[in-house]
Structures are given as structure tokens and as C-alpha cells.
Design a protein around this ligand. Structure first.
Ligand code: NAP
Length: 512
């Protein structure tokens, strides 16, 4: 599908009001398109979407690195309300997923509501007018309700390496791939061994003269049971939609069945660890390399990765796994902690995202001018992983405590879209602003903290971006089964809210 361009918008200074709607959605990835589609289908409320990029698609627009694919099966990693029968493989490739999202935007009629090349600069709650006033790089948007759908894997985390800016070769982040750089025959380095890196490394190994992978900690990797769907299967999914639904349901409960690993249940851990150990043993004959590829933390602490090609790539003679660490960068490459110097033409930093201190939170001011990032200084605090005390009519999709260790984030996103649309109905029907109480937020956070205890994510020696660096709280993940998320948080409940405005505050639960 061709690139979607922004609808014509008059050249605007930052003060020109470009939209005045019931709802403003920031971001057009899976989350933004989910709530946008819901509002469009419902047809009750006016809404607009803004995105800082020139096309829709969120992380699937931004991550164009070689080998980019999803490690959740596409029949589950897609909207239940827009099933696609044409997934080419069990695990969708990035171009196909992006195409799916672009089609969603077009076919659900979202583009006329969408302002592209519009980066949210700040969003301020206007107490007087009881609405959000959002400044973007192209102009202002006013809205009764603000929905951030910015994702937590949006802003690249660049490693703080000594001498990084002195390197004269090419350097780019995995999520900002520079396709102008010819990689054939080059000396390439990759920093990181996460979900992105293990997809990139086998592709680069095929192109590079030499490839050095800088590993800080070894991931657990299990076989990727991928295959192409046959034409007969795709036809069947189309003609008998219930077969695709059954497949989706099966994939969902397979994911749920893996959650006890994250609870640290020994039998479940042992089974998966054996799968990872056997995979490593089958693919890497060299004992020293195997040792260095063996994780030193509990399984599930970080994402369990799927690959059949990563280990074989590392066993090739021109590929080196560097585990001593990066001491510093020079003009010509990397000096490792063991003193060895590695000359490089290109360095790819596959070092993940700013996921603990979410950048958009530094741009949102609630009641009394409080910054959302200050409210979240020790980790995200919400009610229903979606709304925030002190921030009226704000709903955060894919923010704190929504990530998953096992399962499809699209399921959580759909649950949040349902919740947010119920909240928007409530707000519009009562012509009032709502905000969760501090007590409700405290109780929600305390409950999640309690549930997080005993999970592998908080186990000894487990360090990951799932935990907040200041408080150590499990602030990124939902610490329970997916279906429990939907049961508890998938429908708007006014009970934890109070109604604001006109100098009067009442408990929203009483206004039902
Ligand atoms: P990531 O999981 O955060 O991995 C970053 C890697 O960079 C880790 O190996 C990390 O080491 C390393 N690293 C970070 N800073 C470093 C430094 N200063 N020096 C050396 N190494 C450093 O990032 P990602 O691989 O981009 O994946 C992020 C998330 O995106 C995943 O968890 C997943 O949710 C999503 N993702 C999904 C898919 C998919 O197939 N669905 C594909 C790609 C990404 P440590 O482990 O030691 O911290």
C-alpha cells in the first residue's frame, strides 16, 4: 500500500486552532487506530488524531530494520474486529503488519480525522474551559478528552557510550534504520541482544564482511515455530471465518497457559528452560560460545525470544560475540573492556526504548499545572492502567502496567479502547469532567504491587526496563493473565472517579 499522506492542512503557526472535538487521540499505532475506529464506528462523538510522523502505523511504521517481524502470531496480533485472512505466515512480517494498519486507517475512515506531521509539544488542562489545550508542531487542538496512544516503545534509547559522538562511521538505532547505508561488505557492530537485535543479526551476517555483536546479557531463545499459511488455509479462513476465530482463540489460550512461567511456577519454568537449553545445545557446538550465550538470570525476567537463525549466525567465522562490554568508542570503532579494538564502518544500536520515563509524560500538565512525568517520577500510577489522579479527562493507552510478558498487546489495547469509549460516553452525556480519586489510584497501585510480588520480573538478579529504576516497582507490565485485565479493566466503571467542574465535586459512582 502506498504511503498515506497528511490531509491538507493550512500552514499554521502553533496558535491556530486546527480542531475542537470531544476527543483528541495522540498517536496512530495500534492503540490510536483502535480507539479511533471505535469512535468512528460509534459515530456519536467528534474526534481527531494527531501523529508526529508523516504516515500512520506507530512502531510498525518506525521499525523497518531487516528481518523485522512480529513474534506473536498474527491471527492473535491483530484486531478482533478486523480479522485478516491473508497473513502469509504464522508470524507476520513488518511490511504486512504496517499494510494492515494503513488499511485500517483508510477503510475505517480515519484519515479525514488525522493530522500528520503534528508532534504534540504540550498538552495543558484548561481549568476554566474544562478541556485540553494541545499544542502541536502544526497548530493547536482543543478537546474535552485527551487520549494518549503514544506507546511505550516509541522513543529510541541511545546508549550513553563514552566517545559515541567521535565515531566517524555510520551509526543508527534499530528503530530508525538508515536504508541509505550500503551494508554489503562492511564491518558492522550491533549493540544489544534483545528482540530487535536477534532479528537483525542473521540478516546482517549475510551482508557484512565482519559482524560483532556486543552482548550485555544473554537472552533466553527458543525455536520459532513459523511457517507459511497455504492458499487452501487462507481460503478456508475467508470462507469459514469461524476457523480463523477458533485459531485466534487457541492462540490466546496458548499464551495464557505460558503465564505461570512468569509467576515462577517451577514445573513451567523447568519445561521452558529445557527448551531454551536444548535449542542452544542443538545450534551451538562450541562450549565456550554456549557458555557465553547462557543467560545468568531467571527465565522470563526479560522477553523470551524466538529465533532459529540467531545462534547459527553467531557460529559463522566472520561473526564475533563480544561479551566483555564496551569500554569506549573511538573515531574508528569500539574498544572493548578486555582491551581489544574492533574497527567498524557501521554501528547499529539495538538498545531498546525510553520505556520507563515515558517522554510524552513530560509534555502533559494536569490540574494545578502538574506534570505527568512528575506524578510518575517513581513509576506510572493509574487507575485501570488508563486514567490518572490530577489529570481530568485524560486516558493513557499503552502506558504503565499494560505491557505483557506473554501474550498479545492488541488484546490489552482493545480492552482499553472499550474502557475509554465508555468513559467518553460518560463525560459527554454528563457534560462534565471526571478524574479518578487519589484513594482509588493508591488502591490500584497497591494491588498491582502486591500481585507483582513473586513474579519472575521481581526475582533476584532480574534487571529490566519492566521495573522502574527509581522505585523498583514493576511499572511497565500487567502482572497477571490477559483475560483478568479485560475482566477487571475492560469496561468503564465510574466508581473510582469524581465529577469535577463548576466548583462542585461529586463521586461519579453516585451519578450513574
Ligand atoms: P530491548 O528488549 O530493550 O533490548 C535492548 C538490548 O540492548 C538488550 O540486550 C540490552 O541489554 C542492550 N543494551 C541496552 N543498553 C545498552 C548499553 N548501554 N550497552 C550495551 N547493551 C545495551 O529492546 P528491543 O530489542 O528493541 O526490544 C524492545 C521491545 O520491543 C521488546 O521487549 C518487545 O516488546 C518489542 N519487540 C517486539 C518484537 C516482536 O517480534 N513482536 C520485535 C522487536 C521488539 P540488557 O538485556 O543487558 O539490558
Amino acid at each position: 500500500m502506498s504511503t498515506i499522506v497528511s490531509p491538507p492542512v493550512p500552514a499554521a503557526g502553533n496558535e491556530t486552532v486546527l480542531s475542537d472535538t470531544d476527543v483528541l487521540i495522540v498517536g496512530t499505532g495500534f492503540s490510536g487506530l483502535a480507539i479511533g475506529t471505535r469512535l468512528a464506528r460509534q459515530g456519536r462523538h467528534s474526534f481527531a488524531l494527531v501523529d508526529r510522523a508523516s504516515s500512520v502505523g506507530g512502531t510498525w511504521r518506525d521499525n523497518t530494520y531487516p528481518g523485522a517481524a512480529c513474534d506473536i502470531p498474527s491471527h492473535l496480533y491483530s484486531f478482533s474486529f478486523r480479522p485478516s485472512t491473508s497473513w502469509s505466515h504464522v508470524y507476520g512480517r513488518q511490511p504486512q503488519i504496517l499494510d494492515y494498519l494503513e488499511r485500517t486507517a483508510v477503510e475505517e475512515g480515519l484519515l479525514p480525522h488525522t493530522f500528520l506531521d503534528s508532534e504534540m509539544l504540550d498538552a495543558v488542562w484548561d481549568e476554566q474551559a474544562q478541556r485540553w489545550d494541545v499544542r502541536t508542531s502544526r497548530g493547536r487542538h482543543l478537546a474535552t478528552t485527551l487520549v494518549t496512544a503514544c506507546g511505550h516503545l516509541s522513543d529510541p534509547a541511545i546508549p550513553d557510550l563514552e566517545g559515541l559522538d567521535t565515531f566517524t562511521g555510520e551509526i543508527f538505532h534499530s528503530a530508525r534504520w538508515n536504508h541509505d547505508v550500503d551494508l554489503v561488505g562492511k564491518r558492522i557492530g550491533v549493540v544489544g541482544t534483545g528482540a530487535s537485535a536477534i532479528q537483525i543479526v542473521p540478516e546482517l551476517a549475510d551482508l557484512a564482511e565482519s559482524l560483532t555483536v556486543f552482548q550485555r546479557s544473554a537472552p533466553y531463545i527458543v525455536p520459532r515455530k513459523d511457517r507459511a499459511y497455504s492458499e487452501a488455509e487462507k481460503t478456508m479462513f475467508g470462507r469459514l471465518p469461524e476457523t480463523a476465530q477458533q485459531l485466534r482463540a487457541g492462540l490466546f489460550w496458548d499464551s495464557e497457559a505460558r503465564f505461570p512461567q512468569r509467576l515462577g511456577v517451577p514445573a513451567f519454568l523447568a519445561q521452558m528452560k529445557k527448551a531454551a537449553r536444548d535449542h542452544l545445545a542443538a545450534q551451538v557446538a562450541d562450549a565456550d560460545l554456549r557458555d557465553r550465550l547462557t543467560p545468568a538470570y531467571e527465565l522470563g525476567c526479560k522477553r523470551i525470544l524466538l529465533s532459529n537463525t540467531y545462534y547459527p549466525a553467531l557460529t559463522q567465522p566472520h561473526v564475533r560475540l563480544e561479551t566483555s562490554g564496551i569500554a569506549r568508542m573511538t573515531e574508528t570503532g569500539v574498544v572493548a573492556r578486555d582491551g581489544s579494538e574492533i574497527a567498524l564502518d557501521v554501528l547499529v544500536v539495538a538498545t531498546g526504548f525510553e520505556a520507563t520515563d515515558l517522554p510524552f509524560a513530560h509534555r502533559i500538565r494536569g490540574r494545578d499545572g502538574r506534570l505527568l512525568s512528575d506524578h510518575w517520577a517513581e513509576g506510572g500510577r493509574t487507575v485501570a492502567s488508563t486514567s490518572v489522579a490530577g489529570f481530568p479527562n485524560l486516558f493513557v493507552m499503552q502506558g504503565p502496567n499494560t505491557g505483557l510478558g506473554a501474550g498479545s498487546i492488541v488484546y490489552i489495547i482493545e480492552s482499553q479502547a472499550e474502557y475509554v469509549s465508555g468513559a467518553v460516553d460518560f463525560i459527554v452525556d454528563r457534560e462534565s469532567a471526571i478524574e479518578p480519586t487519589v484513594e482509588a489510584e493508591d488502591a490500584y497501585v497497591a494491588d498491582l504491587d502486591l500481585r507483582s510480588q513473586g513474579t519472575v520480573w521481581l526475582s533476584e538478579g532480574c534487571r529490566s526496563w519492566y521495573r522502574h529504576p527509581v522505585s523498583g516497582r514493576l511499572s511497565a507490565l500487567w502482572p497477571d493473565y490477559m483475560h483478568r485485565y479485560r475482566a477487571e479493566n475492560g469496561a468503564f466503571d465510574p466508581a473510582p472517579y469524581e465529577i469535577l467542574g463548576s466548583g462542585r465535586t461529586v463521586a461519579a459512582g453516585q451519578a450513574r
